[in-house]
Design a protein around this ligand. Structure first.
Ligand code: ADP
Length: 628
């Protein structure tokens, strides 16, 4: 029982060797994305570490001079030097602090880019997977709630360096505390000179510092215990707190009073409340260890005071040096504690870093071919599905099963079937967003996996049902870039039925879509957005144009307009339409009828509609009754 408990507790623990490896890798990555960050942080740490010791050293000299020799010719230059050094260090420190802030900001941006680049470069199948988005969400949450992951490594590096520089400076300033002897006239106090006494004292000091440091690092390690609670808490809160703020949800939230679903999460879910698990750990073991660390540190300071004052009392050094020694040794101890704290943070961080690298290491397993698709001027392509079967990753059911078909470029292909019958999946496989689990897809007789991936994908213009436009100028949306051929963009928009609306826009192609980036943006309707998406597909001028429910959001007049012009618009390209409105299939050369992941019929409208008992017949007559 106890063993099982321990196992569970240690499940998230990472060994020190692994901790080191993960952090070294993160440091290499940080240097790659932000090359100067460690140099600037190191300089800042060095200056910040020297400042207190410079102050201690000069104050000690001034106090000694004031209490002993009292020579104005020494005192004034000393004061001037103190002020000059303080001013110089202050100046340096401020300039470096600003640089550190600027570096931190750009590092944050580059860190996000690391994840974005990964999302862009991974196989579509992984980018589309919920588990990948969960990973990304976790990484962001870990960084947000306490800077875990790659996020805080530069500032920990700075803290460690500050502590190391601080320890070195303190050792230099405090060495003579132990070496300056008490004069023989001090009687019993000469015991302070005895090497054994000094060794014992040093041992006690090291022990106290170690205990204090260990308590501090344990306090930080408590964070990993509540990591899972925080992750869940952040997740629920960011969703439910955002519920009222997401524009696309506003109408649903109002009509269905979804606030009632959200409220319990705000009011009753007590993860972040003062009685919740996070507060319990903060007030309990975390606070206790942190308090113990501070208390033990105070004992240490007491020891140093007693020892230093006894030596000064016995005449080993003057009163000015007391300030120096007490200041230096206390700072020494607090810097050692800081080192322990940093070590604790790094150990805790290792498990978060592991999550980060599990995401960044998702392999690209899709075969990347090398054959070029040679943009043929005759656009003579033939596509063939040979016994293709496919299951979405992590699912048991076949989304497509034994699909075989063939079509030539220039033809008009309609894909019909009930919801969930496999139409969109068929398109996704055709565009190579996914690879089949069984069978082959051929382009001009060659397996599409053998073609260069980018080249192959560029053969397709697709308007997916859930297409997305950006809050960018209209022209850039259509062209997919900021610099574009205006004539071609306008033609594509006109072909897609957007000509009149474009003429009514005062800024024309420069009109900003939606209002995310400015009040002068235009909120377009679903139908208008669909026309722009169609124009975008036409502008790409790829040999295949695929439209998933191309007119679902269009009014009947716009739909009729588009269909009457489509043959001419599409020209010599191959058009594939997924459509629920079977009347729109009449003008297609070929119709594929999907049912439960299989092609159950293939042919022309008139033949299929006349085949009693067939799936198309059933679908056609089910729709026709509404139009009779
Ligand atoms: P259609 O376009 O005909 O409505 P789809 O091709 O979208 O159908 O879906 C076919 C089947 O695959 C359905 O059972 C659907 O639930 C499943 N499916 C679709 N997309 C995914 C996905 N990303 N992950 C898992 N299953 C999916």
């Amino acid at each position: 029982m106890k063993n099982a408990k321990n196992k569970k507790k240690n499940a998230g623990q990472v060994s020190w060797a692994q901790t080191l490896r993960l952090h070294l890798r993160a440091i290499r990555d940080i240097r790659r994305i932000c090359p100067h960050i460690f140099t600037i942080y190191a300089l800042d740490a060095a200056v910040k570490a020297v400042i207190p010791y410079a102050t201690i050293w000069f104050s000690a000299r001034i106090i000694s001079e004031l209490t002993l020799a009292r020579r104005p010719e020494v005192l004034w230059p000393l004061v001037a030097q103190t002020a000059a050094v303080a001013a110089l260090l202050g100046l340096l420190s401020t300039v470096l602090s600003e640089k550190v802030l600027a570096c931190g900001r750009s590092f944050h941006q580059y860190e996000q880019k690391l994840y974005t680049d990964k999302m862009f470069s991974m196989d579509f199948a992984d980018a589309d997977r919920q588990a990948t988005h969960d990973f990304l969400f976790q990484i962001r949450q870990n960084a947000n709630w306490s800077g875990w992951g790659i996020h805080n490594i530069p500032s920990w590096f700075r803290q460690i360096l500050e502590a190391v520089f601080g320890i070195i400076s303190a050792l230099i300033l405090s060495a003579s505390l132990f070496t300056l002897p008490v004069p023989a006239s001090a009687g019993k106090l000469t015991v302070l000179n005895h090497p054994l006494f000094i060794l014992l004292l040093l041992l006690v000091m090291v022990l106290i510092t170690a205990v204090s440091g260990r308590c501090a690092s344990r306090s930080i390690a408590c964070m990993s215990r509540i990591g899972e609670d925080v992750k869940l808490g952040n997740r629920l809160f960011s969703f439910f707190l955002d519920l009222g703020m997401v524009q696309s949800r506003t109408a649903d939230v109002r009509i269905y009073e979804q606030i009632n679903v959200a409220r319990p999460y705000w009011e009753e879910n007590n993860i972040f409340s003062t009685t919740g698990p996070i507060s319990r750990v903060s007030k309990g073991p975390m606070g206790l260890y942190s308090g113990l660390s501070a208390g033990v540190s105070a004992i240490f300071t007491g020891f140093v005071y007693v020892f230093t004052c006894l030596k000064a009392w016995a005449g080993a050094f003057d009163i000015g040096s007391v300030t120096q020694y007490v200041g230096a040794v206390t700072a020494l101890s607090s810097n050692v504690v800081r080192l322990f704290k940093a070590a604790g943070s790094i150990r805790t961080n290792a498990s978060y870093l592991r999550t980060t690298y599990e995401f960044l290491d998702i392999p690209n397993s899709m075969y990347q071919g090398s054959l070029t698709t040679e943009k043929r001027s005759d656009r003579d392509y033939e596509v063939e599905f040979q016994d293709v079967s496919f299951r979405y990753p992590g699912t048991k059911d076949w989304a497509l099963r034994h699909v075989s078909m063939k079509f030539r470029v220039g033809s008009r292909l309609a894909v019909v079937g009930e919801n969930g019958s496999g139409k969109t999946t068929f398109i996704k496989l055709l565009c190579r967003l996914y690879d089949p689990d069984e069978g082959h897809i051929l382009l001009n007789g060659i397996d599409i996996r053998k073609y260069d991936y980018r080249d192959y994908i560029n053969l397709f213009s697709v308007v997916f049902q859930d297409f997305q436009l950006l809050s960018q100028p209209l022209g850039a949306n259509v062209a997919g870039r900021a610099d574009y051929d205006e004539e071609r963009v306008m033609k594509a928009l006109a072909d897609a039925g957007f000509k009149d609306r474009l003429a009514a826009l005062p800024k024309g192609l420069d009109t900003l879509l939606y209002r995310e980036f400015g009040d002068d943006g235009v909120n377009i309707s679903g139908g208008e957005a669909q026309k722009i998406a169609i124009a975008r597909a036409l502008y790409k001028d790829a040999p295949f144009i695929i439209l998933d429910e191309p007119t679902a959001a269009l009014d009947p007049i716009a739909e009729a307009e588009i269909y009457s012009q489509f043959n001419q618009i599409v020209g010599d390209k191959t058009a594939v339409y997924i459509s629920h409105r079977l009347s729109s299939c009449r003008f297609c050369d070929e119709i594929l009828v999907f049912d439960h992941g299989k092609i159950v019929e293939q042919g022309r409208h008139d033949d299929l509609a006349a085949k009693e008992g067939g799936k198309y017949y059933e679908l056609w007559h089910a729709q026709a009754q509404y139009y009779d």
